[in-house]
Design a protein around this ligand. Structure first.
Ligand SMILES: Nc1ncnc2c1ncn2[C@@H]1O[C@H](COP(=O)(O)OP(=O)(O)OP(=O)(O)O)[C@@H](O)[C@H]1O
Length: 403
């Protein structure tokens, strides 16, 4: 199985290639001409020693790319090599003989060569099948068949509808989480549900953005709708994870089992503690680096879950560091307060991080006085008052809605 890093690299290479061949680009125009002419083609997007070492025969052209030239050269047997950005045609009628340790999955020689060339060189390869009338992209040995724009548009519109529904549901899940956080009654189940919904929304946004790349000039409307529906979602999972990162839920779930570190979220329901002494800048930086690493790993692990695994809350909880058992989903946890502070306008993240580090979890923060808030570096009287008032308003609103 490819690592999370390899999957991300492959995904970005695919997205870059989709952009290159999107409707409205000269390369797509050339590919459509070949498709109409039913001659087929094998085109490598990239040049250099990796390609030279597997190329035999053919001739060097080194001329500016035009759709008509590509169409003419595709009439000849063999492959065509373009510059990476597709702006120049480097050579044509090239016989490619890639050596790859992996056995090819494609059956026809053109497609097998494309698969193996993309694997051996890391460069994207495009095929136009003469027999099946399909344009395909090969990145790292994986095939992606381009569909007709009408079909992609239909899929994109369905996905936009799904995104709209997911977002509505996500908003109510997050609203509920905020209420539970304010009342110190968040369970692992609620936390995992919120993370799961955020990830589902992220995935559908990613899917639609891939469609927009594939649609190119024909995807403007989808792009606009996507921008609107996706606004405000970026970075939300990260904030959520930062609120609970490093939870040792197993030990902390039992009343009175809170640990000693101020940066750790405490068991919910615990009385707010006194503000913590500020840590040294060096210790702060080291802690921030360690947390960033934990979160990056958690985000990568979430992205790696299959759709079936993602609907299983215990799998999501396991990524959050919770042992997998039904009871552990009912354990209570308390956030640090990053996400709730993130809702306060004009509060720089560095300042909000310092506030979080100073108090003991969200409950400690909710109990903090304006003066205590002012003791945090970067928080003056006005800012302290805004934070204090916003937190009080949130708590009151929650009380009002609930009781
Ligand atoms: N190693 C190679 N290097 C360059 N071109 C190749 C190579 N192998 C095949 N081709 C090109 O592909 C053409 C078609 O081959 P073939 O029909 O076996 O492949 P295919 O994968 O079934 O493709 P199609 O779907 O277009 O029929 C060849 O005539 C040749 O132009």
């Amino acid at each position: 199985m490819p690592s999370a890093n390899e999957s991300t690299q492959r995904d970005s290479l695919l997205r870059e290639t989709l952009k290159r061949v999107a409707p409205g680009t000269p390369l797509r125009e050339g590919l459509e001409r070949i498709l109409r002419g039913r001659t087929g083609a094998l085109i490598v997007l990239g040049e250099g020693p990796e390609i030279d070492s597997i190329s035999h025969g053919g001739f060097v052209i080194d001329t500016e790319f035009t759709p008509a030239r590509l169409r003419e050269l595709a009439k000849m047997d063999g492959g065509i090599v373009l510059s990476r950005d597709g702006s120049r045609i480097r050579s044509a009628a090239v016989h490619l003989l890639p050596q790859s340790a992996t056995t090819a999955t494609e059956s026809g020689t053109r497609h097998r060569t494309a698969e193996q060339t993309s694997l051996a060189t890391g460069m994207p390869v495009i095929t136009v099948s003469a027999s099946m009338n399909i344009i395909s992209l090969f990145t790292d040995g994986t095939r992606y068949a381009l569909d007709r724009p009408e079909l992609i548009l239909e899929r994109a519109n369905q996905a936009l509808n799904t995104l709209e529904r997911y977002r509505e549901r996500l908003e109510s899940v997050m609203h509920h989480l905020t209420q539970q956080e304010l009342e110190a009654t968040v369970s692992v189940r609620e936390l995992a549900t919120a993370v799961q919904r955020q990830e589902m929304v992220r995935r559908i946004i990613h899917e639609i953005s891939t469609y927009t790349l594939e649609l190119g000039a024909e995807g403007r409307l989808v792009t606009l709708q996507l921008e609107e529906l996706a606004s405000g979602t970026e970075g939300n999972t990260e904030l959520l994870l930062r609120d609970y990162a490093g939870l040792d839920i197993h030990d902390r779930a039992h009343p009175g089992a809170e640990g000693s570190s101020s940066a750790q979220p405490t068991t919910a329901g615990a009385a707010p503690k006194a503000p913590q002494e500020p840590a040294s800048p060096k210790a702060e930086a080291a802690a921030a680096k360690a947390t960033a690493k934990v979160i990056a790993d958690q985000l990568a692990a979430l992205a790696e879950l299959t759709s079936a695994e993602l609907v299983d809350l215990s799998k999501v909880a396991a990524i959050l560091g919770v042992e997998s058992s039904v009871q552990s989903l009912d354990r209570l946890v308390q956030p640090r307060g990053h996400r709730i502070l993130g809702q306060i306008r004009n509060l720089p993240r560095s300042v909000s991080d310092r506030i979080v580090a100073r108090f003991d979890g969200l409950q400690g923060l909710l109990a903090a006085s304006t003066e205590e808030l002012m003791s945090v570096d970067g928080v003056g009287e006005q800012r302290a008052r805004i934070v204090r008032e916003t937190l009080s308003r949130m708590a009151e609103l929650n009380f009002f809605e609930h009781y």
